[in-house]
Design a protein around this ligand. Structure first.
Ligand code: HEM
Length: 500
């Protein structure tokens, strides 16, 4: 009996051992096969480097931005590999960087077929909505909400409101001063416009309290996602919570009760984005939660005021460097201003249509100092771009603002003659070639705030040149990109009022 048991157990052990060994070899074979097939499937990955373990080439990527030449990260590699797509490892993931007009065209025309919206983890931690939903879904929801707010009738209405804010902003922060720091003031202006149009908030002191936390959020978004004390990232997470809980929730609740009581006589309030979000319903007839509204408005306030304030500031920089261009902008704006002088009437939609030269100047500013250098996507399927395989799951960094490309001829080609020269006439006539000038992106995901931004930049230019000439106080002030292009020292200028 004992012998039987012994025999029984030893053969059981032997069988188990054999089973175990065959499972292991099966697993090894599967992994090997998978790896091999993956390797073969993606044998033609784009050229490029992985960089250091974990951080990859992230530090290189960020430091070129801190030095004010973010394009160098891309440009150096485009030149080194003679390719307008290369692989790298930034934001903690394997990434393919696409650039040039070919890259732009490919991304704008294959949106949602080959890739979807994606943001680095750092963005997801600062905007916590993505814990319960995906970036792609939230982006779709935002895009469904915005057209109502950005439709032509609404935009036409905003011109006068923007002019009213600009007049009060210039009167309180520029007039009567010998010198100002332009960038913080431009931010106050665009933030005030956003608070007024999104939330019907019009008290400059209350608005000013929140300028700093908003700055902290914006600075932390694309930095290193190190959640440690004293890092910009930790500050951004705190600031985001503070803004949503201290600032937005109170405003949302108050409006909700006003709407419920029906005591909202103020027409502007019923037409702002907050009322719109409170009343909107999704496909199932459900209203948005307070938290959801706070998240969306935070995103809009960040995206909507930081970018445009960068452009307003660089308009001042370039106008001070090119007096002839300043004179032409001045002439154009004064023709409009003179018609209004007698009545004090606000700017309107027709006036904006007359600001053609001024808009060419702003476009040239957007070309030379684009507020956003690029954007991200995630590949939802394997695909091929310019002969190179991009595997499913890889992140794409679309570097939209590179005027250099390496077409199949391997010859570096320029889209803009003398690309470093400030020349607004490039935008006259037919303007730049398709897919070369895309500061607002393109295709289905093009910036929904483009027209709104155009209006607020032009209204700013009108109010600026109507009042002052100016001179830079730091002649060779650097530009830093962190993550939005800004003047390193805030752009201090001396003011010369026209009516002095
Ligand atoms: C000079 C000013 C601005 C510039 C240069 C700019 C540029 C851009 C760019 C390049 C994108 C990314 C497109 C993509 O991923 O393909 C974007 C997206 C976006 N922008 Fe703007 N923008 C500006 C102003 C504004 C304003 C004023 C608002 C709101 C009022 C706004 C709202 C948005 C939103 C909500 C998105 C995300 C769209 C999505 O997820 O599909 N932007 N913008």
């Amino acid at each position: 009996m004992e012998q039987y048991h012994h025999h029984y157990y030893s053969s059981l052990y032997l069988n188990l051992l054999l089973l175990f060994l065959s499972l292991i070899s099966l697993a090894v074979a599967t992994i090997f096969y998978k790896h091999k097939s993956q390797y073969h499937r993606h044998v033609n990955l784009p050229p490029g480097r992985r960089g250091l373990p974990y951080v990859g080439e992230t530090l290189d990527f960020l430091s070129t931005g801190w030095k004010g030449r973010p394009e160098n990260f891309v440009l150096d590699r485009v030149r080194e590999f003679s390719s307008n797509v290369f692989k790298t490892h930034i934001v903690g993931k394997p990434t393919a960087v696409l650039s040039g007009a070919e890259g732009n065209k490919f991304v704008f025309t294959n949106e949602n077929k080959l890739f979807v919206a994606w943001w680095p983890d750092s963005v997801n931690k600062i905007f916590p909505f993505t814990e319960t939903s995906s970036v792609a879904e939230e982006s779709r929801r935002m895009r469904r909400l915005l057209p109502q707010f950005m439709k032509p009738e609404a935009l036409q209405r905003y011109v006068g409101v923007m002019d009213d804010v600009a007049r009060r902003h210039f009167a309180s922060s520029w007039e009567g001063r010998d010198a100002v720091e332009v960038f913080p003031l431009a931010k106050n202006y665009t933030f005030w416009v956003a608070c007024r149009l999104f939330l019907s908030l019009d008290d400059p002191e209350r608005i000013a309290e929140f300028v700093v936390p908003f700055k902290d959020v914006a600075t932390g978004i694309f930095g290193l996602p190190l959640d440690l004390p004293f890092t910009a990232f930790r500050r951004a997470i705190r600031a985001s919570t503070y803004i949503r809980e201290e600032f937005l929730t109170g405003i949302i609740r108050q409006r909700k009760s006003e709407l419920a009581d029906g005591k909202n006589a103020d027409v502007a309030k019923t037409q702002d984005i907050l009322s719109f979000m409170l009343m909107a319903t999704d496909d199932n007839g459900e209203r948005m939660s307070e938290r959801d509204i706070a998240d969306k408005i935070l995103g809009l306030l960040i995206g909507g005021h930081d970018t445009a304030s960068s452009t307003c500031s660089f308009v001042v920089k370039f106008l001070s460097e090119f007096p002839r261009i300043y004179d032409r902008v001045y002439e154009e704006q004064m023709q409009i201003a003179r018609c209004k002088a007698a009545t004090g009437e606000m700017l309107n939609w027709e006036d904006i249509q007359k600001m053609k030269y001024s808009w060419n100047v702003a476009c040239e500013v957007l070309r030379l100092v684009p507020p956003l250098q690029g954007t991200f996507r995630e590949a939802t399927t394997d695909f091929v771009f310019n002969g190179f395989s991009i595997p499913k799951g890889w992140k794409l960094c679309v570097y939209m603002q590179l005027y250099w490309s390496v077409p199949s001829t391997h010859k570096t080609e320029k889209y803009f003659p003398e690309p470093e020269k400030f020349d607004p006439s490039r935008f006259e006539g037919r303007g730049p070639a398709p897919y070369t000038f895309v500061p607002f992106g393109g295709g289905p995901r093009m910036c929904p705030g483009k027209e709104y931004a155009r209006l607020e930049i032009l209204v700013f230019m009108h109010n600026l040149v109507k009042r002052f000439k100016f001179e830079k106080l730091i002649p060779d002030e650097k530009i830093v990109v962190n993550p939005i292009a800004v003047p390193a020292n805030g752009l201090p200028v001396r003011l010369f009022p026209h009516n002095a």
